[in-house]
Design a protein around this ligand. Structure first.
Ligand SMILES: Cc1cc2nc3c(=O)[nH]c(=O)nc-3n(C[C@H](O)[C@H](O)[C@H](O)COP(=O)(O)OP(=O)(O)OC[C@H]3O[C@@H](n4cnc5c(N)ncnc54)[C@H](O)[C@@H]3O)c2cc1C
Length: 341
């Protein structure tokens, strides 16, 4: 059977990265639709203990390579393991996180195997394709769905004739879902000697420094997002920070706000920023361009504060406050402080 593969990334704390668990949750559904098995590919050091964190998400087979030299990630050894495994097992679909590792590895694998790759998909589905030239219909293809032409259209890309069908997906786009806490499967050891050449270990890491992430926007439950409207008077982002501190929230920003020097790039939400799914998103002076919405429209509750009642963000907001954010935000802070005692 041509199964579905997910390449699993290992974090600095030696656990499976969230983006990989999100992909597995989606891949489980794809595999069910195709009536095939879901396989994870894990390469790292002391990865055996990770099996219990993968099976509940629906993995049927874990292919794992365990070697001191496989952690931290290096391109060539991981590339050799993934490509050889794909050549042996011939999966029909292979998914990677759109992280710095995935963006390094997936194009190299796709280029070597001469198959396509769709980067930064926002949705993955199974569907059929009508080849009008050949006058035939091909079933069970991976629809690789993503914004195109600057986000103005949503393109569905199919790869009818080469395998595997490959895609990357950014963190936060798919939802991490437990499939079955009691689900178990096969654990297949990859003998690294047969997969990785000595010359693949051509990089020697002399020292590593890990920078602590200060901005935790991806995991924030409440996000107060500032748009370029917060530049209409001085102190806009300071005011947003006060609201964020009051609510225990993180400050996010639109690209216009980031480009305008109002916030750091790490705070940018959207197509070229991060994808977030907070319980509450409050957009202040955010117009709600399609490229911004692509990164926040899965938020559980959305509030839009805008002087323009017709701002596009209002169309997807649960609550809208039409007014000047510089007047509304201090009132919200005051109200919250008074009522949360
Ligand atoms: C390829 C591509 C990728 C992109 N990627 C991203 C991305 O990742 N993230 C992103 O955000 N954008 C992205 N953009 C840019 C996007 O198209 C918009 O330009 C941007 O999101 C607009 O930001 P904004 O809403 O802050 O600014 P504006 O569109 O200028 O909107 C400002 C809003 O503030 C309101 N306002 C003004 N003053 C006040 C006030 N005092 N109180 C309340 N409201 C007020 C206005 O009515 C207006 O609605 C991308 C664009 C392209 C082409």
């Amino acid at each position: 059977m041509n199964n579905v593969f997910v390449y699993c990334e290992i974090t600095e704390e030696n656990r499976i990265a969230d983006v990989s668990l999100e992909l597995i949750s989606k891949a489980r559904k794809l595999a069910d639709g195709l009536k095939v098995q879901l396989e994870a590919v894990v390469a790292g050091y002391q990865v055996q203990q990770l099996e219990s964190s993968l099976y509940p998400y629906g993995v049927d087979i874990i292919n794992y390579a365990d070697d001191e030299k496989l952690f931290p990630y290096q391109t060539l050894p991981h590339f050799s393991i993934v490509t050889k495994l794909i050549e042996e097992k011939k999966p029909q679909i292979c998914l990677f996180g759109a992280t710095s590792v995935g963006r390094d590895l997936a194009p190299r694998v796709a280029s070597y195997l001469r198959c396509g790759l769709t980067a930064d998909c926002t949705s993955l589905e199974i569907g059929q394709y009508e080849d009008k030239k050949e006058n035939k219909t091909i079933d069970n293809l991976l629809y690789q769905i993503r914004p195109a032409f600057g986000g103005n259209i949503i393109a569905t890309i199919v790869n009818p004739y080469t395998r595997p069908q490959m895609a990357t997906v950014r963190e936060g786009v798919m939802k991490k879902e437990i499939y079955d806490p009691n689900h178990t499967g096969e654990f297949v050891r990859i003998d690294t000697k047969n997969y990785v050449k000595q010359s693949d270990y051509c990089i020697e890491i002399l020292s590593r420094e890990i920078e602590k992430q200060k901005i935790k926007i991806k995991s924030a439950q409440i996000i107060v997002c500032g748009g370029y409207g917060m530049n209409s008077k001085p102190g806009g982002f300071e005011l947003l920070q006060q609201l964020a501190d009051t609510l225990g929230a993180e400050v996010g920003a639109t690209r216009a706000a980031v480009d305008g020097g109002l916030a750091e790039h790490e705070r940018q939400i959207g197509q070229t920023g991060v994808t977030v799914r907070p319980k509450l998103y409050i957009g202040c002076g955010v117009s709600g361009a399609v490229q911004h919405r692509a990164g926040m429209d899965q938020s559980s509750k959305i509030i839009s504060i805008n002087t323009d009642p017709n701002a596009p963000l209002n169309a997807i907001a649960d609550y809208t406050i039409t007014g000047d954010a510089f007047e509304v935000i201090p009132k919200l802070i005051q109200y919250y402080k008074k009522n949360s005692k």
